[in-house]
Design a protein around this ligand. Structure first.
Ligand SMILES: Cc1cc2nc3c(=O)[nH]c(=O)nc-3n(C[C@H](O)[C@H](O)[C@H](O)COP(=O)(O)OP(=O)(O)OC[C@H]3O[C@@H](n4cnc5c(N)ncnc54)[C@H](O)[C@@H]3O)c2cc1C
Length: 374
């Protein structure tokens, strides 16, 4: 029976970043139920790196991830992981309070208000009576999600890690300080487990006898449509996100990606888009822009997974020995993945939070599953 120090369950971006961060010091197995890593939420994102997005802790660990993306270790990727994009937060009539809140909530130096004319110069399709005010984060970047995910997996394997696919974990038993993982295809042993099972995190927790963290998978839809502008013109536009996140759109390889920013609770599953969500989004985007959405090339949906406070759950389970959580990354899992991997590795090595993250005033309790027990 294959024997490891750590078994990471789930080879999405979260599991891959944890396995990558641990591989230098531990014998690690990365165990995935699908035939290939990244099939679920990780392969379905909008790929934006945005330091002004999400709750405070998310913003802090996004900032703590930037350095890795900007200067990854040699050999991690042959192409840049980030490229300039910029993000406009656009407001129609009656949204002044949301604009003021957006300015007040932003970390210093990240977001500024720009004039309507400046916003239209950045993104000409916004030249409609709908637009009243706009905030701009010039530092928002596009991420190459595939390069990041593959970089983690390649680095993990190069450091001696083992990836096991087609291996849904169906049973977890602990005896004499060791876990036995029974999967659909084989049985593995490990001293410690990291639960990075995305939408299935509470199901995997239950296999280990852990209390639920209350993970709620929320479906988010995206689609790609054609516009008459050239790829070079489209490529200059920033992402444009309605100030209350009722829709957003951004350039995507010569086409435009849009999302209704839906958050429909769902059981864990292979999420599929609903026609009504696509149609409502198309309507909202057309009302705010000069776009006429006539040809949709592709549509999809993925599950963004949240606990009650929308912050991730990272670190040891308070009751079940040798069982660690890496769950609930919400809509931020790609951009926070370098920090998440380092944080989880710090818990397993018992070295505490990385210094740069502690220095921001973040504490381990902010990630603990215990904060969620009522
Ligand atoms: C439309 C959309 C837009 C988004 N935009 C952004 C964005 O711009 N920026 C950003 O940072 N994030 C974004 N996100 C969020 C981001 O994609 C997620 O936070 C991230 O992918 C979650 O990664 P994960 O590894 O937790 O989940 P997953 O990728 O779902 O991985 C979990 C893995 O666990 C496996 N698994 C489950 N149960 C078992 C089991 N029992 N045994 C073995 N394996 C198991 C699954 O097969 C799966 O591969 C977006 C998401 C969506 C849907």
């Amino acid at each position: 029976m294959a024997d490891f120090d750590v078994a990471v369950i789930g080879a999405g971006i979260v599991g891959a970043s944890c396995a990558y961060a641990l591989a230098a010091t531990h014998r690690v197995a990365l165990v995935e139920m699908e035939a290939r890593p990244g099939y679920h939420t990780t392969g379905r994102s909008a790929a934006l790196f945005e330091e002004a997005y999400g709750p405070r802790v998310i913003r802090q660990i996004t900032v703590a991830s930037r350095g890795f993306f900007e200067s990854p270790p040699p050999g991690f990727s042959s192409s840049p992981l980030l490229s300039p994009r910029g993000a406009l937060f656009i407001a129609g009539a009656g949204k002044d309070a949301s604009v003021e809140k957006g300015l007040a909530d932003a970390l210093p130096g990240t977001v500024e208000e720009i004039s309507r004319a400046e916003a239209i110069a950045l993104c000409p399709p916004l030249d409609t009576p709908w637009l009243r005010r706009a905030l701009f984060d010039r530092a928002a970047m596009d991420m190459d999600v595939n390069a990041i995910h593959q970089g983690y997996l390649r680095g993990f394997k190069a450091a001696g890690g083992t990836i096991v696919c087609d291996a849904e974990v169906e049973g977890l038993e602990r005896a004499a300080g060791r876990w036995t993982l029974r999967t659909r295809s084989q049985t593995l042993r490990a001293t410690q487990i990291v639960n990075a099972a995305g939408a299935w995190a509470d199901r995997v927790g239950a296999l280990a006898g852990a209390r639920p963290i209350g993970i709620v998978p929320k479906r988010r839809t995206a689609f790609i449509f054609e516009v008459p502008e050239t790829a070079a013109e489209i490529g200059q536009w920033p992402m444009a996100c309605e100030i209350d996140e009722t829709f957003y759109f951004k350039p995507e390889a010569g086409l435009v990606l849009a999302s209704p920013a839906d958050e429909t609770p769902s059981p864990p599953c292979d999420a599929q888009p609903e026609e009504i969500d696509v149609a409502e989004c198309a309507e909202r985007v057309q009302a705010a822009t000069r776009f006429r959405i006539e040809r949709i090339r592709r549509r999809w949906a993925g599950l963004r997974c949240f606990v009650a406070d929308k912050c991730p759950v990272l670190g040891p389970d308070p009751d079940v020995r040798g069982f660690h959580w890496a769950a609930g990354p919400g809509g931020y899992g790609i951009m926070t993945s370098p920090a998440v991997g380092r944080i989880v590795a710090g818990f397993i090595r018992q070295t505490g939070l990385p210094d740069d993250i502690s220095a921001m005033g973040v504490t381990p309790d902010e990630f603990s599953p215990a904060r969620l027990y009522s």
